[in-house]
Design a protein around this ligand. Structure first.
Ligand code: CUA
Length: 320
């Protein structure tokens, strides 16, 4: 679900409320203006007919004065409406900043062309979690997302949870979000960042505290060593081939830092930042020719033997 009008948290609710206020008041203004226009046209026609028959009705000082007052009143009303909206904007802005900071979850979000690195910092480095493109949060708890970018300006936007926040390289910022109900909320990079800007999506998975803690604990674990021979061969392909130059799988030799961490790759719903569902068929297509699917991304094509590809798919599919 990706809609500003389907708020799932307090901030998105404030933004949606302001939106509905604007919608109804401006719709009313629009209807009144059109009605006044129609009345004006109708009356002007009637008057033109009258002027034809009796020229003396053309000059009417009282009428002129009345029109003058009406225009002045409308201008005054317009100013009042604009002032009301200025106040509503300021109040909404204040409310957006009013998220209690105690008991908050902290996440570090870094934008890359064209994916999101998601880190859950921990005072104990070994307990730190790194994942990509999918942010798990507990419901009913404020979440502080510290933002940064590795290359160009991106913008974090999950319409059901909050407005936009730009990720500016060299200029760390932050945004608070909170989800009040469980759900999967779609997000999208909202700042044009190059060729694959539209394929820079993300997913916020809001879940109960219990499920969130279980997820976090599972993500903290290093990757399990594969037990079946095919997946073992896949691990070998992964570690000795080009994959390990860019990707990390904690618990293996692969420790590349410039591409998404794949330690628990199979627990994610999509690949390539929401471009494809995470299924073996799509993954195979992606590994062999990522430039066809997402032209301009940083992953090169890979020519693997069919056996090695099957082994790699078996290995990656087991990284729960
Ligand atoms: Cu990143 Cu648009």
């Amino acid at each position: 679900m990706r809609s500003v009008l389907d708020p799932a948290g307090p901030q998105a609710a404030h933004i949606a409320a302001l939106w509905w206020w604007m919608f109804w008041i401006f719709s009313t203004v629009f209807v009144l203006v059109i009605a006044a226009l129609l009345v004006g046209i109708f009356r002007a026609r009637a008057r033109d007919d009258a002027v034809m028959t009796s020229p003396s009705v053309a000059l009417q000082p009282t009428r002129e004065r009345r029109i003058g007052w009406t225009v002045a009143a409308c201008v005054g009303l317009t100013i009042v409406v604009l002032i009301i909206f200025l106040a509503a904007n300021v109040i909404t802005g204040h409310r957006l900043a009013l998220l209690a900071a105690d008991n908050a979850v902290t996440i570090q979000l870094t934008g890359y062309r064209w994916w999101w690195k998601v880190r859950y910092p921990d005072p104990v480095p070994a307990r730190q979690v790194t994942t990509a493109n999918e942010i798990h949060i507990p419901i009913g708890r404020p979440v502080l997302i510290n933002t940064d970018s590795q290359d160009v300006i991106h913008s974090f936007w999950v319409p059901s949870l909050h407005g936009k926040r730009d990720l500016v390289p060299g200029n760390p910022s932050a945004i608070w979000i909170q989800a009040d109900r469980p759900g999967r909320f779609e997000g999208q990079c909202a700042e044009f960042c190059g060729l694959q800007h539209a394929h820079m999506r993300l997913l916020v998975i809001a879940e109960s505290e219990e499920n969130y803690q279980a997820w976090l604990e599972a993500q903290r674990q290093a990757a399990r060593a594969p037990s079946d021979p095919l997946a073992q061969r896949g691990l070998h392909v992964f570690e000795t081939g080009p994959c390990a130059l860019c990707h990390s799988v904690r618990g293996t030799e692969a420790s590349g830092q410039v591409a998404p961490d794949l330690t628990h790759f199979a627990s994610r719903a999509t690949i390539a930042a929401g471009t494809l569902p995470n299924s073996p068929g799509h993954l195979a297509a992606w590994i062999v020719d990522p430039q066809h699917i997402k032209p301009g991304n940083a992953m090169p094509s890979n020519s693997l033997s069919p056996e090695d590809l099957q082994a790699l798919l078996a290995y990656l599919g087991g990284l729960k």
